[in-house]
Design a protein around this ligand. Structure first.
Ligand code: GLN
Length: 303
C-alpha cells in the first residue's frame, strides 16, 4: 500500500487545526519548542520509508525512552524484573505518587515514572558505564551513531524534578532502589533527555514490530520479550489515556511530554509522530489525532 498520500492528507488536516494542545512547561527547557511543529514517519515491514513534515527534526523523546530502557533492562535481567515492577495499567497520571505508597513501593508498571526509575536503577546496577551503555544501545537499535543526550534538557529537569526526587526517595524507603537516589535520577533524567527525530524513533521501534530484530536483522530480544513489551505499551503506554489510545488508534505505543509518540503494528510497521502540544493527560494532541486517522484510513491496527 502506498502510505504517502495518506500521510500527506493527515499532515494537511493537522496543519489546519487551531487547537493544538499545550507545550509542556514543567520542564522549562521543553517550553521553548514551537507548537507549530508536526512530523510523521512510517517504516513498513519491507523497510520502505514514508514521511511528512518535520519528520527529520530532533525533539526530546522524554517518556518514549521508557520503552528503550525497559527493553535493555529486560534483556539483561529477564523475568526477575517483575519482582520489582508490576505490569498493570495505573489509570493515573505518569507522576502520580500515592499509589506507590499504598502498594509498598512496587510501581504499577515500567511506563509510569516510578516504574521507569526502578528500571534506571536496574541499569545502573548491571551496566558498566550506564549512561554510555544506554546511549550505545539506542544507537545500535537505530543504526545511528549521531543520537545524543540533550544535557541542557537533562539539567533543566534535574533542577526542577522535585516530584521525581520524591518518587525516588519513596522507592528507596521501601527498599526498591539499590543505588544512590541522585545517581539513579541522573540516569533517568538523561535517558528522558535523549533527542531523536520521528525517523530515528520509527527505526528504533522497528525492533518491536519485527520480533526482536532491528533494521539490520540483528537480534536484540526474544519473541516472548517483545510480546511482553508490546502488551505493556498497549495497556500502559499512555497513562490514564491508555484505554482511549487503544480505542481510537489500536496500536501498542508510547508517548512522551516532548510531544512524541512511537507505536508499532507487529510484523507490519513502526510509526512515529511528533507534535509538541499536549492534551490534558500529557499526550500529544495532534499526535493522537494523526495516529487515529492513520489506522482508520489504512485499516492497519492490531484490532
Ligand atoms: N522526564 C519526564 C518526567 O519525568 C517524563 C514524563 C513524560 O514524558 N510523560 O516528568
Amino acid at each position: 500500500m502506498d502510505l504517502q498520500p495518506i500521510l500527506n492528507a493527515i499532515a494537511d488536516d493537522c496543519s489546519k487545526e487551531k487547537e493544538r494542545g499545550v507545550v509542556a512547561s514543567y520542564i522549562p527547557e521543553l517550553a521553548k519548542v514551537s507548537d507549530e511543529k508536526f512530523g510523521m514517519f512510517v517504516l513498513d515491514a519491507q523497510q520502505n520509508e514514508y514521511f511528512v513534515g518535520d519528520a527529520h527534526e530532533r525533539f526530546s523523546i522524554q517518556s518514549v525512552s521508557k520503552v528503550l530502557a525497559l527493553a535493555q533492562a529486560f534483556g539483561i535481567v529477564g523475568r526477575s524484573l517483575w519482582k520489582r515492577v508490576g505490569v498493570e495499567p495505573s489509570g493515573n497520571p505518569f507522576n502520580f505518587l500515592s499509589l506507590l505508597e499504598q502498594e509498598n513501593g512496587i510501581p504499577r508498571n515500567p511506563f509510569i515514572n516510578a516504574g521507569a526509575i526502578v528500571v534506571s536503577d536496574v541499569l545502573l546496577s548491571t551496566l558498566k558505564d550506564p549512561k554510555q551503555d544506554f546511549l550505545a544501545y539506542i544507537r545500535e537499535l537505530a543504526n545511528d551513531q549521531s543520537i545524543v543526550y540533550d544535557n541542557i534538557v537533562a539539567k533543566s529537569e534535574k533542577d526542577t524534578g522535585s516530584r521525581n526526587r520524591a518518587t525516588a526517595y519513596l522507592l528507596k524507603s521501601f527498599g526498591n532502589l539499590e543505588n544512590d537516589v541522585e545517581e539513579v535520577l541522573d540516569l533517568y533524567f538523561h535517558q528522558c533527555s535523549v533527542s531523536m527525530s520521528c525517523e530515528q524513533l520509527a527505526k528504533t521501534f522497528f525492533v518491536f514490530a519485527n520480533r526482536g530484530y532491528c533494521t539490520r536483522r540483528n537480534k536484540y530480544l526474544n519473541i516472548n520479550q517483545v510480546k511482553r513489551i508490546n502488551a505493556l505499551m498497549l495497556t500502559c503506554g499512555f497513562y490514564d489515556e491508555a484505554g482511549e489510545f487503544a480505542f481510537e488508534v489500536g496500536l501498542p505505543g508510547k508517548s512522551g511530554v516532548g510531544g512524541g509518540i512511537a507505536a508499532v503494528l507487529p510484523q507490519q510497521y513502526s510509526i512515529a509522530v511528533w507534535s509538541p502540544g499536549l492534551n490534558k493527560k500529557g499526550n500529544s494532541k495532534l499526535g493522537l489525532n494523526a495516529l487515529e486517522a492513520f489506522t482508520t484510513q489504512t485499516n492497519l491496527s492490531i484490532f
